[in-house]
Ligand binder design. Structure first.
Ligand SMILES: *[C@@H]1O[C@H](CO)[C@@H](O)[C@H](O)[C@H]1NC(C)=O
Ligand SMILES: *[C@@H]1O[C@H](CO)[C@@H](O)[C@H](O)[C@H]1NC(C)=O
Ligand SMILES: *[C@@H]1O[C@H](CO)[C@@H](O)[C@H](O)[C@H]1NC(C)=O
Ligand SMILES: *[C@@H]1O[C@H](CO)[C@@H](O)[C@H](O)[C@H]1NC(C)=O
Ligand SMILES: *[C@@H]1O[C@H](CO)[C@@H](O)[C@H](O)[C@H]1NC(C)=O
Length: 646
């Protein structure tokens, strides 16, 4: 009797289930941990099934994962989304660094490719030894599967090499006819966290449990697994901050990893209260969030959205917090940049991949960079120094980043000093006073980078080509793409070493070329070379054939000039003829002495940039006293130097 009753109940339940879950209401059968079985193909691992909608907006979720994927900019590179969209969807800024494991929603375009929905991304293998599984499970956090990767790439599982570029199909979906009729607009690919149940996930997004079960062909008694994606149908855009798992990890009784039971039938009453509390919280948040979202949308009518760094960021801030918080970067649309640069026309090309842009009459420089440049963005937006080029905004488009900088009207120092090759051949040369100002400005910028940023930074690529000049010939140090944070662990040389030596020939310090040693003293060396360029007008490297034999380093010439007999004559001969003797030889001598110390082979013999900055401050104030028209004064200075140099 009991068995018959049981059987009928089961039958009724099954019938009910069949009625409730018509196949056309589902995206795909739940992956059910099959993504771990890379050697076998399953329909569910290939992707969600296409229905009548060919494409739609969809959402992925991703957990901020240090060291690399912690900013919307970096995450969007990985997932082929747009930093500004991620920022807007999560109420953060494009370059905000998120704490580890913060769940962000990532809006993407989802479309049909064969029978499956997917969003295409691409990935370049970084380290030898990465596998389809590690890429799918660890790098992409199960947003794709090893099976789908293998299916859509020609490279065999065992032939993966560093540097190879892979096509990455990310799992997404569009609502079915049935779901659309029920009011669902989007599908979100959700990464299940430890201890989460379907109902808890439903609570987070304000969706009833049954709709989620339907979308994944699950029943209330199904088991869902940690770190296996699940499709969540949504009637509205997802909330800007996703409240994390119903049970905080600390108090969590740490249920076994897979499987974690679906449903909360086993929860005790205190847990229920937690969930009730969260439901209320979520509802309030959802209402508030939606209201704020639409309000902010309504008010951001202008095409350029100002992404103001929210004050909640203080967790990642040091003493710079206050300034950080008030600074803002503009996020440009690609179309705006196209318009401002005349479609990146040749006439607006400044040099290389740098273009002049005009925003309503205000000039800016737009530089196109490949790959992830969030490091430079993150550094520059924290910097507020007159002598370091200011980043005003950026745009990410088709994998390229467009950085928008303040405009330096007079191009680079290189353009002015090394005439013959450049367009300033016919203009007047830089005067002594201007050169001293420029040297002082550059020292000021480096001093700031070395001693006033936290952590300290090394520019690593200082050269006259990276010293830009504004309308008043004040210097702006630019191109911080190679800049690195350095921590000095005491005097016993706790500095970083690199095997990847990059820089500009003629400016690289010997210890960096030979041992890859990165210290602030490498900037001091390059600064010395720039000083020598300012004095002599010569280039950092001259002569030499294609193999570099026969070339002369400017840094190697100064000792010869300043040592031995006839220093006065030799220095005069060394000075830039464009200065036409209109400089105080005594001060030129002091500057050459400083340059000589800066380019010393032994890095310990080089001054700190702060010392160089002080010496230049003195040279600058003496220069201000110096009257170029006073011939008598000038000859007296010359007289003094011949005395003092003996
Ligand atoms: C998998 O998909 C193929 C083609 O779409 C279909 O013929 C087959 O029945 C599916 N298998 C399962 C187990 O659903
Ligand atoms: C989807 O594509 C449309 C048009 O191509 C674009 O405007 C939109 O920003 C895209 N959405 C996402 C999330 O990338
Ligand atoms: C995504 O990639 C697949 C396979 O390479 C391709 O067939 C499809 O057209 C791509 N989809 C989009 C929207 O680019
Ligand atoms: C898959 O990735 C998650 C998150 O990084 C990790 O916890 C888990 O151990 C990985 N699984 C395997 C089998 O490596
Ligand atoms: C977005 O962040 C700001 C600053 O942290 C906060 O004041 C605001 O309430 C947030 N908006 C939403 C919708 O959460």
């Amino acid at each position: 009797m009991a068995t018959i009753q049981c059987a009928t109940t089961t039958l009724i339940l099954l019938l009910l289930l069949l009625l409730i879950i018509p196949r056309s209401n589902s995206q795909q059968e739940y992956v059910n941990n099959k993504q771990l079985d890379c050697n076998n193909e399953y329909n569910s691992t290939k992707g969600n099934l296409c229905n009548s909608l060919p494409s739609c907006t969809s959402y992925l979720t991703f957990k901020s994962s240090p060291p690399e994927y912690t900013t919307p900019a970096a995450i969007s590179f990985l997932l082929n989304s747009t930093p500004a969209l991620i920022a807007a969807a999560n109420n953060i800024t494009d370059v905000q660094t998120l704490p580890a494991d913060t769940l962000v929603t990532v809006p993407v375009n989802c479309s049909c490719s064969g029978p499956y929905y997917q969003h295409n991304a691409s990935y370049t293998i970084k380290v030898q030894g990465e596998t389809y599984f590690s890429i799918a499970n660890n790098t992409y956090q199960a947003l794709t599967t090893c099976q789908a990767l293998e299916l859509q790439n020609t490279v065999g599982m065992r032939d993966l090499l560093k540097g190879q570029n892979l096509h990455v199909p990310l799992r997404c979906a569009c609502p079915t006819q049935k779901q659309r009729e029920a009011g669902f607009k989007y599908l979100l690919t959700y990464l299940v966290s430890q201890g989460e149940s379907v109902s808890a996930i439903g609570d987070i997004f304000g969706v009833d449990e049954q709709s989620i079960l339907d979308a994944n062909e699950l029943s209330t008694s199904s088991v869902i697994f940690y770190f296996t994606p699940i499709s969540v149908p949504l009637k509205t855009e997802p909330p800007v901050t996703i409240p994390r798992a119903a049970i905080p990890p600390e108090d969590s009784p740490s249920p076994p990893l897979p499987p974690a039971p679906a449903g909360d039938g086993d929860s005790d009453s205190s847990k229920k209260w937690v969930i009730v509390g969260i439901v209320v919280g979520v509802v309030v948040l959802l209402i508030l969030g939606a209201a704020l979202f639409y309000l902010s949308k309504a008010f951001s009518g202008s095409t350029t959205t100002k992404a103001t760094i929210p004050t909640t960021q203080s967790w990642s801030l040091s003493s710079e917090g206050v300034r950080y918080a008030i600074e803002s970067l503009s996020v440009y649309k690609f179309e705006e940049l196209q318009k401002a640069t005349g479609f990146f026309g040749e006439e607006n090309k400044i040099k290389g991949s740098v273009y002049r842009a005009s925003f309503k009459g205000d000039y800016a420089a737009v530089k196109i960079l490949k790959g992830d440049v969030s490091g430079e963005i993150n550094l520059l937006r924290r910097i507020n120094h007159f002598n370091i080029i200011r980043l005003s905004g950026f745009c990410v488009y088709k994998g390229d980043t467009y950085l928008v900088y303040e405009f330096a009207e007079n191009d680079s120092l290189e353009d002015w000093l090394h005439s013959g090759s450049k367009k300033y051949e016919n203009s007047t040369s830089l005067s002594w006073v201007q050169r001293v100002h420029i040297a002082h400005d550059v020292a000021d910028a480096l001093n700031y980078l070395h001693n006033y940023t936290s952590p300290p930074h090394v520019h690593k690529n200082l050269k006259s080509g990276n010293v830009l000049l504004d309308g008043n010939f004040r210097a702006k140090v630019s191109n911080l793409g190679l800049a690195r944070a350095v921590e000095d662990h005491g005097d016993d040389g706790g500095f970083q070493l690199t095997r990847h030596v990059v820089g500009t020939h003629g400016y690289m310090a010997p210890e960096y070329i030979e041992n890859g040693l990165i210290t602030p003293k490498m900037d001091v060396f390059a600064f010395g070379v720039v000083l020598l360029e300012l004095l002599s007008g010569r280039e950092a490297v001259v002569g030499g054939d294609q193999n570099g034999s026969g070339e002369k380093m400017l840094s190697a010439t100064v000792n010869h000039v300043l040592e031995g007999e006839n220093v006065r004559e030799k220095l005069r001969g060394f000075m830039d003829p464009n200065l036409r003797d209109e400089y105080p030889l005594e001060l030129a001598y002091s500057m050459a002495e400083l340059a000589k110390l800066c380019v010393a082979r032994d890095l310990n013999a080089r001054p700190q940039i702060s010392e160089a900055f002080m010496i230049l401050s003195k040279i600058q104030s003496s220069t201000l006293d110096w009257d170029p028209s006073d011939e008598l004064e000038r000859s007296r200075s010359v007289g003094q130097i011949s005395d003092s140099s003996r």
